[in-house]
Write a protein that binds this ligand. Structure first.
Ligand SMILES: NC(=O)c1ccc[n+]([C@@H]2O[C@H](COP(=O)([O-])OP(=O)(O)OC[C@H]3O[C@@H](n4cnc5c(N)ncnc54)[C@H](OP(=O)(O)O)[C@@H]3O)[C@@H](O)[C@H]2O)c1
Length: 250
C-alpha cells in the first residue's frame, strides 16, 4: 500500500529473474519500497543481495507465463504475502532467434505464447486486482520491436506489437478506476536476453530503463521510451517506405 506521501511500498515482479525487471525493482526499493514478490518459474531460491542489503523483504512465488489458468491465483498469492500491490512489473519474455523460429514453427508459437498470450492472462489478472484496490500501476515491458515490426525479428516483434496494443487497451479500460498501466518501450538493452544479438543504436542499460520507469510512475505517464529519443526516432521510422524498411538491418 502506498504511504501517505505516495511512496511505493509493495512491488510484484512477474519474470522474477529478469535483469531489466530486477533493475526496476531495485530502483523502487531505493526509493522506499519495502516488500517485494519475485514470481518466476520454480520461484527464486536466493533473494538478490542488492534488494535485501537495501532493507527489502523479498518473497518468492511460482509463476509460469504459459500456465494461464494459474495467473489469477498467483496474483492472489502475492496479495496474501504483501497486501495491496502498488506496482506490478510484467517483465517476462523470450527473444530467441528468427531463423530458428522459421525452421521450427512450433517453437515460434511457444515463444509467442510467452511474449503475448502470457501477458494477456497475467495482465487481466493483475488489472482485476488493481481495479478492486482502486490504486496501483502495472508496468508492461513492451519494446520498439513492436512499434514497427521488422523482417529480421518478426516473430518476436509481432508478439510485442500485440502486447503493446493489449497494454494500451488495458490502460484505457482502467481509466477512472484509480489504477493504471505504464507501457515501457526500450530499444536495445544489454542483458542475458540480448547477449547473442549485435547492439543497436540508442541502447539503454537496465538502470537507465529503471530510471525512465520511475520517472514515468511519478509523472503519471502512460508510455515511456528508453532512451527518450526513441520516441521521435520511431515516429520517423513509422513513415519509412516499406521497400526501404524491408532492407533495414538491425
Ligand atoms: N534486453 C533487451 O534488449 C530488451 C529490449 C526491449 C524489451 N525487452 C523486454 O524486457 C523484458 C525483460 O527482458 P530482460 O532483458 O530483462 O531479459 P531476461 O533477463 O532474459 O528476463 C526475461 C525473463 O523472462 C522469464 N521467462 C521466460 N519464459 C518464461 C515463462 N514461460 N514463465 C515465466 N517467466 C518466463 C525468464 O525466466 P527464467 O529466469 O526462468 O528463464 C527471465 O527471467 C522482456 O519482456 C523483453 O522482451 C528487452
Amino acid at each position: 500500500m502506498r504511504d501517505s506521501v505516495g511512496t511505493v511500498r509493495t512491488v510484484l515482479l512477474l519474470g522474477g529473474r529478469s535483469e531489466i525487471g530486477l533493475a526496476i525493482v531495485e530502483r523502487l526499493v531505493r526509493e522506499g519500497a519495502r516488500e517485494v514478490v519475485l514470481a518466476a518459474r520454480g520461484g527464486v531460491a536466493e533473494p538478490p543481495g542488492a534488494l535485501t542489503a537495501l532493507g527489502a523483504k523479498v518473497h518468492s512465488l511460482e509463476f509460469d507465463a504459459t500456465a494461464a489458468d494459474t495467473h489469477t491465483g498467483a496474483v492472489r498469492e502475492a496479495v496474501a504475502l504483501v497486501g495491496d500491490l502498488d506496482v506490478v512489473v510484467d517483465a517476462f519474455g523470450v527473444l530467441g532467434d528468427q531463423a530458428g523460429y522459421e525452421a521450427d514453427p512450433a517453437a515460434a508459437a511457444r515463444a509467442a505464447a510467452v511474449n503475448y498470450t502470457g501477458h494477456v492472462s497475467a495482465g487481466l489478472a493483475v488489472a482485476a486486482r488493481l481495479r478492486e484496490q482502486g490504486h496501483g500501476a502495472l508496468v508492461v515491458l513492451s519494446s520498439v520491436a513492436g512499434v514497427r515490426v521488422r523482417r529480421f525479428n518478426f516473430v518476436y516483434g509481432s508478439a510485442k506489437a500485440g502486447l503493446d496494443g493489449f497494454a494500451q487497451g488495458l490502460a484505457d479500460s482502467l481509466h477512472g478506476s484509480g489504477a493504471r498501466v505504464l507501457v515501457v518501450r526500450p530499444g536495445y538493452v544489454p542483458t542475458r536476453m540480448s547477449a547473442h544479438v549485435d547492439p543497436a543504436p540508442f541502447p539503454a542499460t537496465p538502470a537507465q530503463v529503471a530510471a525512465a520507469v520511475s520517472a514515468g510512475l511519478r509523472s503519471g505517464a502512460t508510455t515511456v521510451w528508453a532512451p527518450r529519443v526513441l520516441g521521435p526516432v520511431f515516429a520517423g521510422m513509422r513513415l519509412m517506405p516499406r521497400p526501404l524498411w524491408r532492407r533495414l538491418g538491425r
